[in-house]
Write a protein that binds this ligand. Structure first.
Ligand code: AGP
Length: 370
């Protein structure tokens, strides 16, 4: 069994460590030799259709939904097409407004999630072009979608999704770049800069994985708490939601992820002496705003841990209790790095509490009922 787990104690930890490879594999063959253009050779979606897309709907469940939150931000930033996110179990019942110019992107690791499959069918029946981002090429979702962008994360066994999520991010970066190239919303220089930064991601993840003591120690600290909060703005908020789900699912610690600026509209009432708040503060355009939200919770006694870039650590330590630095990348790509400490946090918290990390209670790897 340990052999199956590649020498790791759990599949989850093994899969966290497989992320650098998953990033490389998902990028393989999708960037041309110049390193300046993304290529998707076997899409049915024509350049003509891409130019006519009027809106994008991204539909998925759970962690795949969280990848879609980042995907939306990537597409809106790079392509300037309005995009929206839906939880698959809600999508089909809201009578979504779909036209032939709507691109629906369904995201699913397993490709078998019943809610996502039902949403795909709903979108197709309404005339949308449906593209699936999935990790299983022969899956029902892959078969029924008009197009498939495969993530090459390899089999994911742990119930808590890690490498599938981060590979879905890579797929969104690539596909977002491709749409932007076709629609002419990005220069080749800007694309080359993003591609170069993507090439650096695997080593950056490796560097974080080589040094997990601080996160492990912090996980042991939070494992003594019953409630905590994750806050962030923009893509940091999207990643906060994933961090919160990961922690809930395997450590059973209750947490909520909040858009940092939204706390003061109600939830701030829950902040009391000693409650842990994990703040993601990587998005530099809103850094000052996030810092003022951090001060709001600090003033009410919260114990704040911030995840940010090294260059902000000294300054942020004036307002927080602990800081964890992640390697520097472009703002649009940060999620692929900032999620890693949150995965490790959930893993070590679960471990500290003696739970079954790979098979949390009440959950199945693939949810095939609606
Ligand atoms: C992730 O940690 C969860 N186990 C769960 O939210 C999962 O992402 C969701 O059920 C969707 O699964 P899928 O990607 O296989 O469609």
């Amino acid at each position: 069994v340990t052999a199956e787990k590649g020498g790791f104690d759990h599949f989850m930890l093994k899969e966290i460590h497989e992320q650098p490879k998953a990033y490389r594999d998902t990028m393989l063959g999708r960037v041309d030799e110049s390193g300046r253009r993304v290529v998707f050779q076997d899409l049915k979606l024509t350049e003509e259709q891409i130019k006519n897309i009027r809106n994008v709907q991204i539909v998925a469940c759970g962690t795949a939904y969280h990848a879609g939150l980042v995907g939306r931000s990537v597409i809106e930033q790079l392509v300037r097409i309005p995009a929206e996110n839906d939880v698959a179990s809600e999508y089909r019942y809201r009578d979504p407004i779909v036209t032939p110019e709507t691109l629906v992107i369904v995201v699913s690791q397993s490709g078998e999630t019943a809610d996502t499959l039902a949403a795909l069918r709903e979108a197709k029946s309404k005339g949308a072009h449906v593209l699936a981002i999935t990790n299983v090429v022969g899956s029902s979702i892959a078969r029924e979608a008009d197009d498939v962008v495969g993530t090459l994360a390899g089999p994911e066994i742990a119930v808590a999704s890690t490498k599938a999520y981060s590979s879905q991010l890579i797929a969104f970066y690539l596909f977002g770049l491709y749409l932007a190239q076709v629609r002419g919303t990005i220069t080749e220089d800007a694309a080359a800069e993003i591609i170069a930064a993507m090439d650096a991601l695997p080593e950056q993840v490796e560097s974080m994985l080589a040094n997990t003591e601080a996160i492990k120690g912090y996980a042991e600290q939070i494992s003594k708490h019953q409630h905590l909060f994750f806050i962030g703005r923009g893509q940091d908020y999207a990643v906060a939601q994933e961090g919160s789900l990961k922690l809930k699912e395997i450590s059973y610690i209750h947490s909520e992820a909040y858009a940092a600026g939204e706390l003061k509209h109600g939830t701030l009432a829950l902040i009391e002496e000693g409650i842990p708040v994990i703040a993601l503060a990587t998005q530099e355009d809103v850094l000052e705003k996030t810092v003022s939200n951090i001060k709001e919770v600090k003033a009410r006694g919260a114990d704040v841990m911030v995840i940010t870039y090294e260059e902000h650590v000294v300054n942020l330590l004036k307002s927080v209790d602990q800081a964890f630095a992640i390697p520097k990348t472009l703002p649009v790509l940060t999620a692929a790095l900032s999620v890693v400490p949150l995965q490790l946090l959930a893993y070590y918290a679960s471990l500290a509490l003696g739970h079954d990390v790979d098979k949390p209670r009440n959950l199945a790897k693939s949810v095939t009922v609606e």
